[in-house]
Design a protein around this ligand. Structure first.
Ligand code: ADP
Length: 768
């Protein structure tokens, strides 16, 4: 018996399974949040510095333009005081132009609007003429009194966006002269955007959505991140824009990010793989637990005891059935060695021998039958089978034995044996010969002693049933009689189809020796026949006078006819025709007398039954003739129903005549005390389906209930001279013809005797 394993509860295991995945997901989320946050703060820092740098750049450009204005004013002042040709003016102008490459033109326009001086002396092609409306406009503004004026942006050529600044030249005589400088904003931007700004931003100058100048580093792409600021140079609405360049990450930073991402993925993948592994493990564990539970329940539900010994013969495993069998606990048995506590002291040697045989590997594979002892000392029989115990690695680790408690089996076997013996004893004690024969092969499967003795089967040809002459039917059981010629014995054989213990079809036959019965029947039959004969003789004795009367008639007639003949012959001319007539009548009367005598002889003769086709009308006629004198004497009125349309019967005519004779004679005798008027005897014959039904009704005293019981028994009579055999013989004759004879009360008073006869044809008539 094994202890159940400690196991993780399902809820706990689910938590354990989810926790690493949850932690990994959290870690990835934190990492993502961290990266987003870093990117966001980096972005806002970049935004902040962008704004600051842009402000700074605007300030630098404004300062530059203001500087120009200031310097122009200084040049204009020097122009006014020193004149155009003075060294001071030339020096100032040259210094201004040298310091400011963005100034592409410097012009002096007098009050007449004529250009007096210009630097460079010849106007470059891309520089607009001083008569350009924008220039004229600022000159006018200055002449109106403005200290300085900025022109509208001049975009003659896209390469040269120009901003002009005009300052007045204040001469003593109050002349209206103006100094105009044209600045190339593109150059100014190139000059005024320092390297550290240009490295980080793409700086551009826009006039109403139109790019007019920019400083780009073409090796970098501008990002979406940008900022713009207005330059306050009226009347222009110029906008300065800075786009941050896409920052190229440091290699180590990128590598680090990749490593961290890869590690995260690896961690997630490993967590997932771990989770899968754990799940599979859990599944396997569950299967294992299930298998173990199944094994445990199998071991515990087994009725077979199982024990395992190591190679030294010490028990290290026993199942529950074994513990229950021997009555020792598992703790007591584990570790036990020889002699085992369940070995009975008287069988120690046998147990030891088997124990040694098992340990040496010579155990009998067909098992051992031995006796064990329970803890309470009770002995019980077991059957033990031993085999090698091989572990999962194929190593022989000991010996395993299966032990069956066969006490009950033994008891059942003995009970079965006893029951079988009882069965055989009963079977052999039977007078009948019993046999069971295979329906297909004819082989005799079972026979009792009586059968073997009666039919004496030589077994060397196989056991076959030798009463094959009986009739067999798969339907209803068949009862038949069979005469064994060899033994000169009569058997009544009951044969029926049955199913044998192995499911096969068999014939079950019980043959009872009925020789004695048959002999008795034969004796009885002979006695009956003798009785019939006697009754006939008695009847004849009784009828002697009426018969004499009956014969007297034709004889008297013959005598009178003979006298008549003699008289005719005595005549001289005898009438031949008369003579012939008389002789014919004589012959007829002689024939009638002969018939009466033959009838009496046949009736009286002792004879075996002889069946042939006959008409009921003829039988009635004969009986009527025999009884005619008696009927007349008893003053009985006889009526016989119409018998014309009735079919013939197949019977012994004389026997049936005797039946009708007896019944009619009884009826006549019964009416001895009946008033003469009521003495009627009705004989009715009719067809009732396949039977011929005859009823003989009288108006005698009838038959009471007590008589009904006795009537057909032999020797029952109420008559002083009667034998009491008449009705008994009648019934056996009718039954011999497969008919029935019974009596009923006549509702008008008297009794009514009925009998039936089958209307069968000759071949169907049963003649046992
Ligand atoms: P037996 O005529 O020699 O007495 P049976 O066997 O013919 O013998 O009749 C037995 C008895 O049945 C008669 O003694 C009589 O009492 C009674 N029995 C028979 N037939 C009739 C009948 N038709 N009516 C009344 N009783 C009858």
């Amino acid at each position: 018996m094994l202890k159940p394993h400690s196991r993780v509860k399902p809820l706990e295991s689910r938590w354990l399974l989810t926790l690493p995945s949850f932690a990994a997901a959290l870690f990835s989320l934190a990492l993502a949040v961290f990266l987003i946050f870093t990117a966001y703060s980096e972005q806002s820092a970049r935004n902040h510095s962008l704004m600051q740098d842009l402000l700074w750049q605007k300030q630098a450009l404004n300062t530059r333009v203001d500087n120009f204005t200031h310097q122009l004013r200084t040049v204009a002042a020097s122009m006014a005081t020193d004149g155009l040709g003075s060294a001071e003016f030339t020096a100032r102008t040259l210094s201004l132009l040298e310091d400011s490459p963005e100034i592409i033109s410097l012009e002096y326009i007098d009050e007449t609007g004529q250009q007096r001086w210009r630097e460079p002396a010849t106007k470059p092609a891309n520089v607009p003429d001083f008569r350009h409306p924008n220039l004229v406009a600022i000159r006018e503004a200055v002449l109106q009194g403005e200290t300085s004026s900025y022109s509208k942006l001049i975009l003659e050529s896209p390469e040269t966006p120009i901003l002009a600044i005009a300052v007045p030249i204040k001469l003593n005589y109050n002349g209206r002269h103006v100094l105009i400088a044209q600045l190339n904003l593109r150059t100014m931007l190139q000059q005024q955007v320092p390297w550290w700004i240009a490295q980080r931003y793409q700086i551009s100058l826009w006039d109403k959505q139109k790019l007019i100048a920019g400083k780009f580093d073409r090796s970098y792409d501008a990002s979406q991140l940008s900022s713009s600021i207005d330059l306050d140079w009226p009347p222009n609405k110029l906008v300065l824009t800075a786009h941050i360049y896409e920052q190229k990450r440091n290699n180590w930073q990128t590598a680090l990010t990749i490593v961290v991402a890869a590690l995260s993925i690896l961690m997630l993948a490993s967590t997932w793989a771990l989770r899968r592994h754990i799940k599979e493990r859990q599944k396997t564990e569950a299967q294992l637990r299930q298998e173990q539970a199944l094994r445990e329940s199998m071991e515990n539900s087994l009725v077979t005891g199982i024990r395992a010994m190591d190679l030294q013969g010490r028990l290290f495993y026993v199942n529950r059935a074994f513990c229950e069998m021997v009555g020792y606990s598992q703790e007591k048995l584990i570790g036990a060695s020889h002699p085992m506590p369940y070995w009975p002291p008287e069988d120690i040697e046998q147990c030891m021998a088997i124990y040694r045989a098992i340990l040496s590997g010579r155990a009998d594979t067909t098992g051992y039958q031995m006796r064990f002892m329970r803890s309470n000392g009770e002995r019980f029989d077991v059957r033990l089978y031993a085999a090698k115990l091989i572990d999962g690695d194929g190593v022989h680790t000991g010996w395993i034995s299966a032990i069956y408690d066969i006490t009950e089996l033994q008891r059942e076997r003995e009970a079965l044996q006893a029951s079988h013996e009882r069965f055989v004893a009963v079977l052999n004690g039977l007078d009948a010969a019993v046999s069971v024969t295979d329906a297909n092969s004819g082989e005799l499967l079972l026979s009792n002693r009586h059968f073997d003795a009666a039919f004496n089967i030589p077994e060397r040809h196989g056991r076959y049933c030798n009463i094959p002459f009986v009739r067999r039917s798969k339907g209803a059981p068949v009862d038949s009689e069979w005469f064994d010629d060899y033994n000169q014995h009569w058997y009544q054989v009951k044969s029926r189809s049955s199913i044998w213990v192995d499911g096969s079809e068999v014939w079950l036959e019980i043959a009872t020796d009925i020789t004695m019965l048959k002999n008795a029947q034969e004796n009885e039959r002979q006695q009956k026949e003798q009785l019939q004969q006697t009754t006939r003789l008695i009847s004849m004795g009784e009828m002697a006078s009426s018969l004499a009367h009956e014969l007297n008639q034709p004889l008297a007639a013959i005598a009178s006819y003979a006298t008549g003949c003699r008289n005719v012959l005595a005549q001289t001319q005898p009438n031949i025709a008369q003579l012939d007539q008389a002789i014919e009548k004589m012959a007829a009367q002689a024939k009638r007398a002969g018939q009466i005598i033959r009838g009496i002889r046949e009736f009286v003769q002792r004879r075996a039954p002889h069946r042939k086709q006959c008409e009921i009308a003829d039988l009635l006629d004969t009986v009527q003739t025999l009884l005619s004198a008696e009927i007349k004497k008893a003053q009985v009125k006889l009526t016989i129903s119409d018998t014309q349309a009735l079919p013939p019967i197949y019977a012994d005519a004389v026997m049936l005549e005797q039946v009708i004779f007896n019944l009619m004679k009884n009826a006549i005798e019964a009416m001895a005390d009946t008033p003469v008027k009521q003495r009627t005897l009705d004989v009715k014959v009719r067809r009732d389906e396949e039977m011929l039904a005859v009823s003989i009704t009288d108006r005698g005293p009838g038959i009471n209930a007590e008589q009904m019981e006795q009537l057909f028994k032999p020797f029952y009579t109420t008559k002083g001279s009667g034998m009491g055999m008449g009705l008994n013989i009648c019934r056996s004759i009718i039954e011999h013809h497969q008919g029935r004879l019974w009596v009923e009360a006549n509702p008008l008073g008297g009794s009514c005797f009925h009998f039936t006869l089958p209307l069968s044809i000759e071949s169907e008539a049963y003649e046992p």
